[in-house]
Design a protein around this ligand. Structure first.
Ligand code: ADP
Length: 585
């Protein structure tokens, strides 16, 4: 009994020790797991098996600690390398853009001088090559931003029809050059505004459309946009870009969405390109929460489809009050065109009241109306000749309806629209027509003695703040061509000193990165000075070779009003300058 009791006691003691030991091990290990404090150790005092076991466990913990440290170090190094790559690319892009601005700007300026046909052709090559280089820099920068997770989409109120029309306008010249047909079908139920990253959508469409044109030598390019509404205020948007070009073999159809891949090696030789476009499109569409897919039969063409969900912002387009009660007529013998125009007029809130097959028919009829559309593809030479007579008889304004292929332009027209590009372009054409009609009415002979008020020509002075000599020249020549005066400051400091003398300036073009004082600091100082002296804010437009969102944000934060990315074209600069209220007047 005594020995049994003894064994029992020893057993109980052993059990207690083991349980206590295990509790200690579990507790220490849990603490280490939670706090990652590897200074905690399992008690390894003693010489029994448990102590040996503790030592082994401590060794394992220590090893894990070392591994953790290694992983963290490797992670931080990889992050640093990635950051270095991104900033290297951003810097390179900045550095390449600056001289490219010189090249693009100067060829732009040169194109408006007297040139021989050969010189014009050479200049065209410079222009195309520099644009291709610019595209490449943008693509590489975008890809690196996507890879490092630095690219995000920002939704704005977007008008998808306008995005499609705008993108098509850019590729239109190539479509005409290749003698392709162009068709656009936008769902009549497409909401006026949806919540979407418009800038990125343009980029995706531009890529897909320029590919469609590039890889199609005969036939047509078609864009179809559909929207199906759900009850929660969202639409399922699908955009198809369809071409009748060379197509892509089935086994290559997924590959082409990876960076730097083309269908095969002959593509680069024949068509150029880098194989980056579709990779960027795929990533961007996925960032927007959508998908991009392809259907294609080799030799017959491709259909790329973008599908995404988007929130409806405004369903219907607000009707323009100026179009209220507008009566319209059309001269055309093309039933398709008539139908298309009819639909567009109805969407704008007026109807196509009269339809004539020819100008002769119209003259026979004595109807009165405001607006006359003339299909320039139908035999309307007579229309041009009889137009002045018509205009005298009736108080109408005229709009020529062209197709992209139509080279002949009708003179004496108030505006021109090019099918199938409608939307805002259509509205603007009518506005121009209405304005012209008003102008004609005002220009009726003025009774003697009542002089028409003449406005004094104002000399607009733009301050160009730029350190690079070539870019100073580009900006100043463009400004001079636009009929404005200019003054140059070599850096932010000079600009601020000049402004604080109180000289009369109408706008500032401000480079961002400059020695002595950068554009951001200069802008801040100018804004503070204006504030102290209770002066009106001068319009400041940033000229920046950076396209990084944070740099653009910095422009606005420092007090600039707008920005223009280098390299810029003449039209872009003039558009910015003219949209400034002070210059527009
Ligand atoms: P890139 O056009 O610069 O080569 P992309 O990534 O835009 O780069 O396109 C990758 C490849 O996919 C192209 O090189 C071409 O082989 C193929 N591809 C893209 N779009 C079309 C298209 N519409 N028709 C035929 N092939 C196309």
């Amino acid at each position: 009994m005594a020995s049994l009791l003894c064994i029992g006691l020893i057993g109980a003691n052993l059990y207690g020790r083991i349980i206590n030991y295990l509790r200690h091990v579990i507790k220490t290990m849990s603490q280490i797991e939670e706090t990652h404090d590897y200074s905690q150790k399992i008690n390894e005092a003693g010489h029994d098996e448990l102590s040996v076991f503790s030592k082994k466990l401590n060794n394992l913990i220590n090893e894990r600690h070392q591994n953790d440290k290694k992983i963290l170090r490797a992670k931080s190094e990889a992050e640093k390398a990635n950051q270095a790559k991104s900033s290297f690319l951003a810097n390179m892009s900045h550095e390449i853009r600056t001289p490219l601005n010189g090249i693009i700007g100067m060829s732009d300026i040169m194109s408006s001088t007297k040139l021989t046909t050969t010189q014009k052709e050479y200049l065209q090559t410079i222009e195309t090559s520099s644009q291709a280089l610019l595209l490449l820099i943008n693509d590489i920068l975008d890809l690196s931003k996507i890879e490092s997770g630095n690219l995000s989409v920002t939704n704005t109120d977007a008008n998808i029809s306008e995005v499609i029309y705008d993108t098509l306008t850019i590729v239109l010249a190539k479509v005409v050059e290749k003698n392709l047909d162009l068709e656009v079908e936008i769902d009549a139920d497409m909401p006026h505004l949806i919540s979407l990253d418009e800038h990125r959508m343009r980029q995706v469409l531009m890529n897909l459309l320029s590919n469609a044109v590039k890889f199609t030598n005969k036939g047509s390019i078609k864009v179809v946009a559909n929207a199906s509404k759900d009850s929660a205020g969202y639409i399922d948007l699908t955009i198809h870009i369809i071409d009748s070009g060379i197509g892509i073999a089935k086994d290559k159809q997924q590959q082409i969405f990876s960076p730097f891949t083309q269908e095969d090696d002959t593509i680069t030789r024949q068509f150029g390109g880098t194989g980056l476009g579709l990779a960027i499109c795929k990533q961007l569409v996925e960032l927007m929460g959508g998908t991009i897919s392809i259907e294609s039969v080799k030799g017959e063409g491709c259909c790329f489809t973008i599908a995404l969900k988007s929130q409806i912002v405004t369903l219907d387009q607000p009707k323009d009050s100026q179009f209220n009660g507008l009566t319209a007529a059309l001269i055309s013998n093309n039933s398709e065109l008539t139908e298309q125009l009819n639909k567009e007029c109805q969407q704008q809130g007026f109807t196509l009241n009269y339809h004539y097959q020819s100008c002769f028919d119209l003259l026979q009829d004595k109807q009165a109306f405001d607006l006359l559309f003339i299909d320039s593809t139908c035999s309307t030479r007579d229309a041009i000749e009889t137009l002045p007579e018509l205009l005298q008889q009736k108080n109408i304004f005229t709009i020529a309806v062209n197709t992209p292929k139509e080279k002949r332009t009708l003179d004496n027209m108030d505006a021109t629209i090019t099918l199938p590009l409608l939307g805002n372009r259509f509205r603007n054409a009518i506005h121009n027509g209405i304005e012209n009609r008003q102008l004609r009415q005002k220009q009726q002979p003025v009774p003697h003695g009542t002089d028409v008020e003449t406005t004094e020509p104002v000399n607009i002075v733009v301050l160009i703040v730029e350190d690079n000599l070539v870019n100073q020249k580009v900006a100043s020549l463009l400004i001079k061509q636009a009929g404005f005066d200019f003054i140059i400051a070599n850096n932010g400091q000079e600009a601020f000193e000049f402004i604080s003398t109180g000289e009369s300036i109408h706008a500032i073009l401000m480079d961002c990165m400059m020695p002595v004082m950068d554009g951001f600091t200069a802008t801040e100082k100018i804004r503070a000075w204006e504030n102290d002296n209770s002066l009106q804010r001068l319009p400041i437009i940033a000229l920046t070779a950076s396209v990084l969102d944070q740099d653009i944000q910095k422009c606005y934060q420092s007090g600039m009003d707008d920005y223009l990315a280098k390299p810029f074209k003449k039209e872009a600069l003039l558009h910015k300058l003219k949209s400034l209220p002070k210059l527009a007047s």
